[in-house]
Design a protein around this ligand. Structure first.
Ligand SMILES: [Zn+2]
Length: 405
């Protein structure tokens, strides 16, 4: 199967400058081609990749600066644009702004790329026009390179290789255990076996620093060098937070998928949920402000990222990921299946008004998700033929999944 391998590059100053130039050329090609597509759409005509690639070749004879970038890379940019326009609509595709867009470009021909290990810590890759570049050998490549993407994130440049690792998704997972997952705002992930995972993504010190930087930014003159420095510092704080979140999400997904043959998650429409509340006055304490706070918490916990990570790990382990409707999972008793909003005593405690069953509210919801997931997969709705011989919430092997330290 195809997988990604990302490494941090160690460019020489000349290479970094050249990579920046290629990024700028790709950006202007993207923007020009997008403008052309929009113009055509306004006249009711479609523009496609083949015509644009032809025009790009013509443009190269007129504009010398375009020749600095490898042609494959520019064609790839047009292909990406073509795909984006077909998927999202020509008028929804974004411009690539010089300030906001992180430079990124792809070398699509794997045959033109050579990768070698240079020592214990260093690897080298030969890329068209850029030549030999060094990168930190942080993990094995483990397959044949299909393409390479060079991108910048803050101060650092990275290369990610798309490799064919020769593995195939197993027909069946080694374990027959199943787990239900409830994603919450107070605790990021609650599992049906009673384990809860959460992590603080930013330290109090970082939150303070962010506020101080924001105040500093407000005082600085637009376009000044010092303002640029502050913006870079703000982004660095956010980047650290994002990296920790990604780490948490990948780690959680990995443990869930390697230990269970089926993982049931709520089918949360994150995008609908995080859409801002419209039509009300935006003032502190209003519904819009409340919704904005909830949105931040939802996005902050990485709900969507967890789903993507789960699906990704499942490709290697053969785990079945089942999405179940999220309705009433937090109000239903997992023991007697009675739905009553009153049962939810507080944010943390669930006590059934009918049978008196008591449980942590998030774990109760996770057990419900698991029960729903088992009934969905038993119906064969997802083409899952395996039977899940397990009581909701229990563990047939008699072992308990170790709680994360
Ligand atoms: Zn009950």
């Amino acid at each position: 199967m195809l997988t990604g391998r990302k490494y941090r590059l160690a460019f020489t100053p000349e290479q970094a400058e050249f990579a920046d130039t290629i990024g700028t050329i790709c950006r202007s090609v993207w923007n020009t081609a997008l403008e052309q597509r929009r113009e055509y759409r306004r006249r009711g005509v479609w523009m496609n990749y083949v015509a644009q690639a032809g025009e790009l070749a013509d443009a190269k004879t007129e504009h010398e600066w375009l020749k600095a970038a490898p042609s494959h890379v520019l064609q790839q940019t047009l292909m990406d644009l073509d795909r984006a326009c077909r998927e999202h609509g020509t008028f929804k595709v974004r411009w690539r702004s010089g300030r906001r867009w992180n430079p990124s470009f792809r070398f699509p021909a794997g045959k033109q790329i050579t990768v070698e290990r240079l020592g214990r810590r260093w690897g080298g890759a030969k890329l068209p026009k850029l030549g030999w570049v060094r990168f930190r050998w942080s993990r094995a490549l483990g397959g044949q390179v299909r393409s390479a993407t060079v991108s910048r994130d803050g101060r650092h440049w990275y290369v990610s290789f798309l490799v064919e690792d020769g593995h195939t998704t197993p027909e069946q997972h080694a374990c027959t255990t199943a787990a239900g997952v409830d994603r919450g705002v107070t605790v990021a992930v609650a599992c049906s076996d009673g384990t809860m995972r959460d992590r603080q993504f930013s330290t109090p010190g970082e939150a303070r620093r962010y506020l101080v930087l924001q105040k500093k930014l407000a005082r600085q003159k637009k376009g000044s060098t010092n303002r640029k420095k502050t913006v870079a510092a703000l982004r660095q704080v956010k980047r650290r937070e994002r990296d920790r979140r990604q780490d948490f999400v990948s780690w959680t997904a990995n443990r869930l998928a390697t230990r269970h043959g089926m993982v049931a998650v709520e089918d949360l429409k994150t995008r609908n949920m995080t859409r801002s509340a419209k039509g009300t006055v935006e003032e502190p304490g209003s519904r819009v402000a409340q919704k904005a706070g909830l949105n931040r918490s939802i996005l902050g916990k990485g709900w969507h990222k967890l789903q993507l990570a789960l699906e990704n790990v499942a490709r290697c382990t053969g785990t079945t990921i089942v999405k179940v409707p999220a309705a009433y999972t937090s109000q239903r008793c997992s023991a007697c299946r009675t739905v009553d909003p009153e049962s939810r005593e507080s944010q943390a405690v669930f006590r059934c008004t009918t049978c008196g069953y008591e449980e942590n509210a998030d774990v109760n919801a996770a057990k419900n998700v698991l029960a729903d997931g088992l009934s969905v997969s038993a119906c064969g709705d997802l083409g899952a033929t395996r039977s899940m011989k397990q009581e909701p919430g229990g563990n047939p092997r008699g072992t308990t999944t170790p709680t994360a330290a």
